[in-house]
Design a protein around this ligand. Sequence first.
Ligand code: HPA
Length: 270
Amino acid sequence: MIHKINEASDYIKSKLDIKPDVGLILGSGLGVLAEEITNRTVIKYEDIPNFPVSTVEGHAGQFVVGHLQDKKVMAMQGRFHFYEGYDMEEIVLPVRVMYKLGIENLLVTNAAGGINRNFDPGNFMIIQDHINLMGDNPLKGENIEEFGPRFPDMSEVYNEELRELAEKIAVENKINIVKGNYVALSGPSYETPAEIRHLRTAGADAVGMSTVPETITANHMGMNILGISCITNMAAGVLPQPLDHKEVVEIAEKVKPEFSTLIKGILKEM
Ligand code: HPA
């Protein structure tokens, strides 16, 4: 594994003339932010040794490295999902590569369904904590000691200072911001109303099919993590209508300007 990670990071390093400081994972429909990166180098996943290629609609499959605000960022335009059939090791390879390239700060975004009845589609949720119900863990198997301990503490995966900063930036820009716990399921089927009632009882505020593998891995390596969910729909059974991936993409599209303001504001003061 470590050999695969090194090969991939060596290849990327050979293509870059800057050293990025912030990793940015852009979720479903939110990848457009990468278009605003200047002095950019684009590296397609398919050209990187050992990298899987992303297949889902609405996701490009590339890193965009360059400047955003005054930060040097490495953005993932498109990520790998468990429901696409990738192994956990493949899903978290990009985060490990980011760490190998010297990145210590990770900003992760996703589209999620709102479980908390006080939420509305179009809200952004600062992830306070998560519940991993994917049925797998990216740290399973032999531990890579140079990355972190066998049994990593998970008491504060999502950095408190970064969460406070995100809230401050949202308030300053009059962006609807909420806070809560993100629960990750494997997908690809959406949840049933009964599952959503169960998850609400368990303390979940939003549900999605990503992010948790990457943040478990980043936390293992001691990275500073901020997670932001775009609430693209209310979860199954909350409203009387069925769920549709189109709705997810539409809302993500609609909130693009606010999303961009929020992320750039955070980057600026990070
Ligand atoms: N459930 C799971 N994943 C999602 C949802 C949802 O309602 N919306 C966006 N991603």
